[in-house]
Ligand binder design. Structure first.
Ligand SMILES: Cc1ncc(COP(=O)(O)O)c(C=O)c1O
Length: 353
């Protein structure tokens, strides 16, 4: 007897989580915040624990109100999900199905191709430039009558490169209005170029732009699973139809609201992560590794055939990073102690080489 299996799923690789770290090692494989949640956020979650016998507010009305006020957009344009990865899935399911195409750069966030295939649509991966940046001209050239959405991951995971605001605006203006441009700003808070926040401005100025944000990275709530999109209201309405009901818990909503209230405190933590990222980049470069300057909370090292060597070096030094065999290693920015460890691991290479 053969159990049923949906056609096309053979082509969907299971999502690979960043490796877990042995006790005492530095886990720099999932772009998480090295900081524990703020006390005010812990309190907000604790206050809600007594009501987990109830379903959460599926519309996340209070949080969406907060976000709408914060960005000066309509509540109808805001959708929430169990992490921005769920929001990316909602957006794809809202606009694309069998026979449709979704374009994204490659390498980029690993979930994009799988999410597109799960929707029954066809992923169209456009190679990054030699400088590890989005090739916007090639992405425009890849648009066909079947294209329904284009993802621009800004800053890009895993390369940490940024599409400048003016280039992104020219790109958005050149994309036909019947194609949704999804600007995935999961790492936007770590961007120290003038392009930070460009997505929301483009949402205001163009009818076919959606922006993805997450509380997982800069806000340090990866374990609670909550993210949101600001999308054209008609797209947002369809996202609500395809979303899994009650996907976002009350605890996550409370933590997100408390985090928005604590942004000044969080900004200091984000600055620390950015300082350690820049230190990490300098350490790698000084040790002779081809590290790419990053505007995210990680650094990409396209080590090519030396990938396994770098991975082993880090591993022996008690650092678990994200390795793409034969391509490179992505190392998340951690605490000062985590990056001290990376420094020690790299020096060890200099001694043994
Ligand atoms: C570019 C990008 N978008 C979205 C996500 C999803 O994050 P989350 O679902 O935790 O919000 C990630 C996670 O690594 C990411 O790298």
């Amino acid at each position: 007897m053969t159990l049923p299996s949906r056609a096309g799923l053979d082509a969907v690789p299971p999502y690979r989580q960043g490796r877990s770290a042995p006790e005492g090692a530095s886990k720099l494989s999932s772009n998480e915040s090295p900081h524990p949640p703020l006390p005010s956020v812990v309190r907000a979650v604790q206050e809600r624990l007594g009501t987990v016998n109830r379903y959460p507010d599926m519309s996340a009305a209070a949080l969406r109100d907060d976000l709408a006020r914060r960005y000066g957009v309509s509540v109808e344009s805001i959708t929430v999900g169990a992490g921005s990865v769920e929001i990316a899935a909602q957006l794809i399911h809202a606009v694309a199905g069998p026979g449709d195409e979704v374009i994204f750069a490659w390498r980029s966030f690993e979930a994009y191709p799988s999410l597109v295939r799960i929707a029954g649509a066809t992923p169209v991966a456009v190679a990054l430039t030699a400088d590890h940046e989005h090739d916007l001209d090639a992405m425009l050239a890849a648009i066909t009558p079947r294209t329904r959405a284009i993802f621009v991951c800004n800053p890009n995971n895993p390369t940490g490169t940024v599409v400048a605001a003016d280039a992104l605006e020219r790109f958005v203006a050149a994309v036909p209005h019947d194609v949704l441009v999804v600007i995935d700003e999961a790492y936007v808070h770590f961007d120290r170029t003038g392009s930070r926040g460009a997505g929301i401005e483009l949402f205001r100025r163009h009818p076919h732009v959606a922006v993805l944000h997450t509380f997982s990275k800069a806000y340090g709530l990866a374990g609670l699973r909550i993210g949101y999109a600001i999308a054209p209201p008609e797209v947002a309405e369809n996202q609500r139809k395809v979303a899994v009901p009650f996907g976002v818990t009350d605890l996550a909503q409370a933590a997100a609201r408390a985090s928005l209230d604590a942004e000044d405190e969080l900004a200091a933590r984000i600055d620390e992560v950015v300082d350690q990222r820049d230190r990490l980049h300098a350490l790698l470069r000084d040790a002779g590794w081809p590290a790419v300057p990053s505007q995210a909370n990680f650094v990409w090292v396209p080590a090519g055939e030396r990938t396994a060597e770098l991975d082993a070096l880090l591993h022996e030094g008690g650092v678990v990073a994200r390795t793409f065999p034969g391509e490179g290693v992505r190392i998340s920015s951690g605490s000062a102690e985590d990056i001290d460890r990376v420094a020690a691991a790299l020096v060890r290479e200099a001694v043994t080489a």
